[in-house]
Design a protein around this ligand. Sequence first.
Ligand code: BG6
Length: 513
Amino acid sequence: MGSDSNSWQGTLCIEVSPVPNTIIIFGASGDLAQRKLIPALFNLSRRNLFHDRSRIIGCSRSQMDDDSFRDVQGKALKERFPSCEAGEIDAFLAKIFYIAGGYDSHETYRGIHRKLQELEYQQDPVPNRTFYLATPAALYPIIVPMLAEFQLTAENYEGIPWRHVVLEKPFGHDLDSAEKLDRLLHESLQERQIYRIDHYLGKETVQNILMLRFANIIFEPVWNSHYIDNVQITVAESIGVEHRAGYYEKAGLLRDMFQNHMLEMLALTAMEMPASFDADAIRDEKLKLIKSIRPFPIKELDKYIMRAQYASGNGMPGYREEEGVSKDSTTETFVAAKFLIDNWRWRGVPFYLRSGKRLPKKVSEIAITFKRVPHSIFSELRPEDLSADMLVLNVQPEEGMALSIQAKQPGPKLCMGRLSLDFKYAEVFGGDIPDAYERLLLDCMLGDQTLFIRSDVIAASWRLFTPVLEAWSKFDGNNLNCPCHLRHYPAGSWGPEDADQLLCGCTSCWRDL
Ligand code: BG6
């Protein structure tokens, strides 16, 4: 199908505008605020999805005042939105304020309190508040209790106006620490106030998984072990560890990508139909699915999950040569794993997941390979000669989806081949796909937790991966005789060759991307 035949007829659009609210960003001088949060709020404001009376307060340790903070953000916005009129950016900047201060200093919170009183004075209705913690997670146990001590997150008994707290991952580094963090959060906040971000859930293509599965009749009947052979989820990145060695050395890829983004995509692909499109109904189903994943057998870990680290290659340095990385680091930058789900729908269907840094290109996708036809009526063509149908959901960078099926080549001969029905978001909707943070910030301002992770889902995810992390840390990753040792792959390659071992006995191998 060419692009011309991809037509769109919007039939149902539900867009709700948020009420006034004040967004307080901790870590405001950092990268996330400048690259993602402020641009996302600006774009929401351009789309009339940021209430005219809403305001932003940036807070961080860097010594700046309102004007210098606005200068920095203004410059970044002008670079990011070159065609935007200066007046439009200036009008938005006028809604931004800044408070410098240490996160453990009472004076900082007094300053925020004063500013909020000033901004919210005589407003009707009283604005809601969103506290966005764009700081290292180690600061959550300092900031959240301080917010509570100064009554900044206190809601009245009806929860109006509300106070939401948005947290970036990591939510702990294993099950124990995640549960400890959770207890601390719940000392001053209700679960309905906590918005744990997984920015993959804000990606249009990831959100579309549920529409595709549950707003169409044709997929669900074949979405099971009778018709699906295997599912592969890939998140490949060409970048290395960049300037994040401090964080990455402690995290590693399993914590950084699998415990959150990868598992969320797996859950959306495999979960049962929720009773409604409601935050808790969806998260209940995700939880059920994650709990049905078979624990990795620790004694045979290598058959199910493997770790690797990039070495130098294709003119790029190895991980251990990156600044801030230990020379004998065993931190993994690549993981490939086979997941089995013990329920009726998926019995026997392997879900292969891989993610790595310094792979040849940036690409994320979910590929569903169907079973071959059981019998071929086309003489001379055996069922195994007919390639399996495949549905690929392209998460990024070329957002879209493609369904490959068998079709006849025109002409007198019986020639069959694979035909791809291809849909690309950019061709149908233009290139302007909203950034994930736009959607997530909007939902937070609307009080919709559907795309945010609930505490029990996080715990279930850690319950799955903590034994693997413990086993990995017990064995010397550098000792090749040890089970589950760390493999190496040249930077710019598709990971260690051994990753194919995981697919032994399967009818397909890792997709060639
Ligand atoms: C982040 C990880 O959560 O996701 C990064 O911490 C990773 O290591 C990033 O690079 C990938 O996100 P995206 O949206 O660029 O695929």
